[in-house]
Write a protein that binds this ligand. Structure first.
Ligand code: ATP
Length: 517
């Protein structure tokens, strides 16, 4: 990236006012050709609103303007997509039953150029994947691909649609559920596009990614642009200070030495993707479970809790059996479980923040015991403060909060239950750095008070930071247990991908191609 590179995107005085909420105020932003420009900010700071305006989902306030390669850009209209701008949202918009060739062809101009020639289309797809060094068998249905491969395919589709490289590629938290080695593959692809002159606007909460792939960084706070800097000019503490607007609190969990009492015991638990999962967790322990998508790591906790059908195995809590398929009994026994798909599985979007946090435990099977609005507010305010939910309004409708703030509230629901053992799938996915530290503090607090936590995560650094022990699953089975002294990102990554096709990273995909086609 050269600092003199021309701005591809120039946004001037961008503002957006929702009813009772100013989401963006006079934001100026320039993204240059051949740079990865990171857009950072706490949950609710306005990042998604900016991207949604670029993508045409929201109209900005009057007075906002933008240009793309010097030409006026109609903000709030979908025409940006026809102007060499590509968006990679978390929902990639791929058809999982189709193979890469058909996914690339979907909606792309290049499919039409070789119309009626399936062979040429296949060859073009193969060439494109090889050129971008995306290791993916173009003839296999995408459901068999890793999440990282799918993300890269979505980028390849954007490249195909724009004759070589989009002028601007906007990526909204593409690594949220990718294991480390797939993150690295994605970054390699981003660098290749940067070399072709694409301007990349990259939204993430993971600061280490900013240092790994970013050239410049813009920080938003409360809808205002606080700073734009080359990344080498800002150290991590300074960056956190810019993001949260105060000195960062050091995260130094005081984890107790684990007790001798076994709290949670799972023996031979099996279900859909999990076979013979066994685990013993002592009071005071934080245990992690990890693996690739499909390894079963993201299903084990749901099976223990009873949210997923358990076909075999036993679970006890404090020596008492926890029956399968009965979340109500699990909660009574002292378990709490927050699934990864918090938005889909456990929120009521039309309700307020306080109603979502204090949802009666089991409305379906019990007479609901509602707290009443005043008591709800009292119960919820400490959590809003602790996790820095913005806006700090218990009466705000959940649907009007940013994604990360919704995550915090639903997590608060489970954390406030005073469970003996917390089971959390991907507890900090989509949550900003400040609230992530607050969540880690809550977990450490549960352990210190004689409880325990089991968390599943694809974030190797998170596992190293908070866990006493990490179970690594492959093909549905726990294959490795790493204890404190053995825990490192490199070790977790290598154990995660051992024996999988993924371990041959960056292998060119040519071996999968049929030269005759
Ligand atoms: N449709 C809407 N109606 C009212 N307020 C909204 C709406 N969408 C977003 N907001 C508010 O605008 C502000 C900015 O939200 P935005 O989703 O842009 O934040 P964000 O930085 O992307 O957060 P996150 O990191 O959690 O995704 C928040 O206060 C949010 O509550």
């Amino acid at each position: 990236m050269s600092s003199a590179a021309a701005p591809v995107l120039r946004i001037t005085s961008l503002s957006k006012t929702f009813p009772a909420q100013r989401a963006l105020a006079d934001v100026d932003l320039e993204v240059r050709a051949g740079e990865v420009h990171c857009l950072l900010g706490q949950n609710g700071s306005g990042k998604s609103t900016l991207i949604k305006i670029l993508a045409g989902y929201h109209s900005p306030d009057p007075g906002s303007s933008a240009t793309l390669n010097g030409a006026p850009l109609a903000l709030g209209s979908r025409t940006t997509r026809e102007q060499a701008v590509a968006f990679i949202h978390q929902d990639l918009g791929l058809v999982t039953e189709f193979d890469a060739v058909d996914n690339l062809a979907l909606g792309n101009r290049y499919a039409g150029r070789w119309w009626l020639s399936e062979r040429r289309e296949r060859r073009a797809a193969q060439q494109l994947l090889a050129e971008l060094e995306i290791d993916l068998d173009p003839g296999r249905p995408i459901r068999e691909a890793t999440p990282g491969q799918r993300t890269m395919l979505a980028i390849a589709r954007a490249v195909a649609a724009t004759d070589g490289a989009p002028a601007l590629l906007v990526l909204d938290e593409p690594t949220a559920s990718l294991p480390q080695h797939q993150v690295e593959q994605l970054f390699a692809l981003m660098r290749r596009l940067r070399e072709r002159g694409t301007a990349l606007l990259y939204v993430t909460h993971r600061l280490r990614e900013v240092y790994a792939v970013g050239d410049r960084v813009t920080v938003l706070r409360d809808g205002r642009r606080i700073s734009t800097e080359p990344i080498e000019n800002v150290g991590q503490d300074e960056l956190i200070r810019l993001i949260i607007g105060r000195e960062p609190a050091a995260f130094a969990p005081q984890l107790p030495a684990a007790g001798t009492e076994t709290l949670l015991k799972a023996t031979g638990v099996s279900g859909d993707q999990v076979a013979d999962f066994s685990l013993q967790v002592r009071a005071g322990e934080i245990v992690g479970v990890t693996g690739l998508v499909g390894s079963g790591f993201d299903q084990a906790l749901g099976l223990i809790f009873g949210a997923r059908p358990r076909v075999a195995g036993e679970v006890t809590l404090g020596g008492q059996p926890v029956p399968p398929g009965r979340p109500d009994r699990s909660i009574d026994a002292g378990l709490a479980y927050a699934p990864a798909d918090r938005k889909g599985l456990s929120t009521i979007q039309a309700w307020t923040a306080r109603e979502n946090v204090t949802l009666p435990r089991l409305p379906a099977t019990r007479t609901a015991r509602w707290l009443g609005p005043r008591a709800e507010r009292r119960a919820v305010r400490p959590w809003i403060r602790r996790l820095n939910v913005m806006p700090a309004d218990p009466d705000r409708q959940l649907a009007l909060l940013s994604g990360g703030n919704q995550q915090k509230l639903v997590l608060a629901r489970w954390m406030r239950l005073d469970a003996k053992v917390l089971l959390l799938d991907e507890p900090t996915s989509g949550v900003d750095a400040g609230a992530t530290a607050a969540i880690y503090d809550v977990l450490a607090g549960v352990a210190t008070q004689g409880g325990a936590v089991v968390l599943s995560s694809s974030d190797a650094e998170e596992l190293c930071a908070v866990c006493d022990r990490v179970l690594v699953m492959r093909q549905g089975v726990v294959r490795t247990v790493l204890s404190k002294g053995d825990l490192s990102v490199a070790r977790i990554v290598s154990e995660t991908i051992r024996d999988s096709a993924d371990h041959q990273e960056y292998r060119p995909c040519l071996s999968n191609l049929d030269p005759a086609s």
